[in-house]
Ligand binder design. Structure first.
Ligand code: SF4
Length: 572
């Protein structure tokens, strides 16, 4: 509802909040809390053309900063502001899921890819002419899906309905046994065993049960779910449908990240076609009582909503704050009912397991990580795009395939994952070694590790949902402390404090975001300690900011701007 209001009024006006509160019988503060939580919802008017440029590290490596300045100059608007005539607003955003075709941006939610000066000239012209987005040249919005290396799953032939038919013919519990035998683990990063999740949900007596497809891949550097939804949507929906049959659900929800708005209409068309073909709706494939349908719900710009319980909160129309667990969502999920939440790639894999059987899948990969993994490869390589590998593949083989000759390091698993140096390329993609939801970013020797780590640390500080203190405060302290050291104002004590802060944030935060927010610092401290030590130019402590200047306004307000109110920051 808030998205619809904003589409019409360019923000969510007070009058709309009052009306919604009355119609929904909820306090207006609840609506304001939602509007304030999500990056793409606004309580103040935005421009008629609202532009968000991706600030992901790979976009920065492709010259994003210069392009942003050029665009700001052309449109005569500052970043973070709305132009005085209300025509255009310009902002940064964390990541648009287009790391293989950046620099990228969103205009009114729709992705713009491979930006360069010529495209920006054209965009500025179209905006000044007030041309409707529908009349903009299609090439501005072109999203490629470069599948560079298909493997076990992407190469499989598929006929619509085949997995559902196989499931019904084999039997529901027998198909669950095949999923169990495949040892399929969740592809969203956590790696929880899929069959165990489905079985636990199926035996819950509380009803109804729900199936949620988590299509909120917000980890910078990840875009393989975009490709699956763009090219393999039937196979994803089919995986949701057979899951529904097994757990006894008649309602599925697909939570689509806001940045993938360009997929919304085509996904609706796929759903419509599947309903018309008897693959969704009532009595699926003629089986009496097998009813299931899928609804698509859009996110509104919040990385934390990739976390299952935060996503459920978001689906319930609330701020996406992770729930306290237990109970787990499989017992008490959407609308407090038993719910399976799985990643797009997990459902896609389940579809083929239902057809081919569990052994077929389990024979590929390693003992603890069976099957294959889709990787989204970006950064300093000749062939960025989608690659599918058996689990256990060496990093060095992946780098060879994607044309990365000069490698300083690789960030596996996005900012929340692991940074490995070029001395660790014998490591493997697997849950037991380098776990990843799909992000694989390559950095060559011209890149600064600190640029990368600062970008990731800023990202977590921005995306912290603010619920718990260690993460809300800690991520900002990490950001500031790191900046102090990188800028050459740190002493040995600052490095100690940084390490200590990392552990506090990691060990005491409420959810996975806080748990992994210090990973970029911790993994580069482990792989390149000398870099941090070289930055320590000060022998003794120096304040990271000017305390007097920071407190000046407060002192004036308190009328305590006298000499005695000032503490010297210099050690005597
Ligand atoms: Fe929110 Fe961070 Fe706490 Fe997670 S760890 S609940 S993202 S504040």
């Amino acid at each position: 509802m808030l998205r619809a209001v904003q589409a019409q009024y360019l923000h969510i006006p007070q009058a709309a909040i009052e009306q919604l509160a009355a119609a929904l019988h909820i306090p207006r503060t609840q609506i304001i809390a939602v509007a304030e939580f999500y990056s793409f919802l606004h309580l103040t008017p935005q421009g008629r053309y609202d532009i968000h440029i991706s600030d992901s590290i790979t976009d920065r490596m492709l010259g994003k900063e210069k392009l942003l300045n050029y665009l700001a100059e052309k449109l005569k608007v500052k970043t973070g502001q709305v132009r005085a005539d209300g025509l255009v607003s310009l902002n940064n955003t964390s990541c648009t899921g287009m790391c293989d075709q950046g620099p990228a941006a969103l205009v009114n939610g729709y992705a713009l890819t491979r930006l360069d000066h010529a495209k920006i000239d054209l965009i500025a012209e179209l905006i000044e002419q007030q041309a409707p987005l529908l009349e903009w040249p299609a090439e501005l919005f072109a999203v490629d899906e470069p599948i560079r290396k298909p493997g076990l799953l992407l190469n499989q032939p598929f006929n619509n309905g085949a997995a559902i038919a196989a499931t019904l013919a084999r039997g529901l519990m027998e198909t669950l046994a095949e999923v169990d035998c495949s040892n399929l683990r969740g592809r969203g990063g956590a790696g929880f065993k899929t069959a165990l999740k489905w079985r636990t949900c199926s035996v819950q007596t509380d009803t109804p049960h729900y199936v949620i497809c988590n299509a909120d891949e917000g980890e910078p550097g990840t875009f393989k779910d975009r490709m699956l939804l763009d090219l393999y949507a039937d196979q994803v929906f089919e995986g949701m449908t057979l899951c529904a049959a097994i757990i006894g659900s008649d309602q599925g929800l697909l939570y689509l990240r806001a940045e993938y708005l360009f997929l919304y209409e085509q996904l609706q068309r796929v759903l419509k076609r599947r309903r018309e073909s008897g693959l969704l709706g009532r009595n699926i494939l003629g089986r009496d009582g097998f009813d299931f349908d899928i609804e698509i719900r859009m996110g509104a710009g919040a990385y934390i909503c990739g976390e299952a319980s935060a996503q459920i909160e978001s689906l319930e129309g609330k701020p996406g704050i992770p729930r306290v667990k237990p109970p787990n969502s499989v017992i008490c999920g959407y609308q407090r009912k038993p719910t399976v939440v799985d990643n797009v790639e997990t459902f896609f894999a389940a579809t083929h397991i239902a057809i081919q059987g569990g052994l077929w899948f389990a024979e590929v990969g390693t003992a603890q990580s069976t099957g294959s993994k889709l990787l989204s490869i970006s950064g300093d390589c000749a062939r960025p795009g989608i690659y599918e590998y058996p689990f256990g593949t060496l990093v060095k083989d992946i780098l060879r395939d994607c044309g990365a000759d000069d490698v300083m390091g690789v960030q596996v698993g996005g900012p929340s994952g692991t940074f490995i140096s070029n001395r660790e390329l014998q490591r493997r993609i697997a849950f037991e070694d380098l776990s990843t939801a799909g992000s694989f970013m390559v950095f060559n020797s011209s890149r600064s590790i600190f640029d990368i780590v600062q970008n990731f640390t800023d990202f977590f500080a921005h995306e912290s949902c603010g619920f718990c203190t260690p993460c809300r405060v800690g991520t900002t302290l990490l950001k500031n402390q790191l900046r102090k050291i990188v800028e050459g104002n740190g002493a040995a004590v600052d490095l100690e404090e940084l390490s200590e802060l990392c552990l506090i944030v990691k060990n005491t935060s409420h959810c996975g975001l806080g748990d992994s927010a210090a990973n970029p610092i911790l993994s580069t401290l482990a792989s390149h300690p000398e870099l941090y030590l070289n930055q320590l130019k000060q022998s003794s402590f120096t304040p990271g900011f000017d305390l007097d200047a920071t407190l000046a306004v407060a002192r004036r307000m308190a009328q305590r701007d006298d000499d005695a109110a000032h503490l010297s920051q210099v050690e005597n």
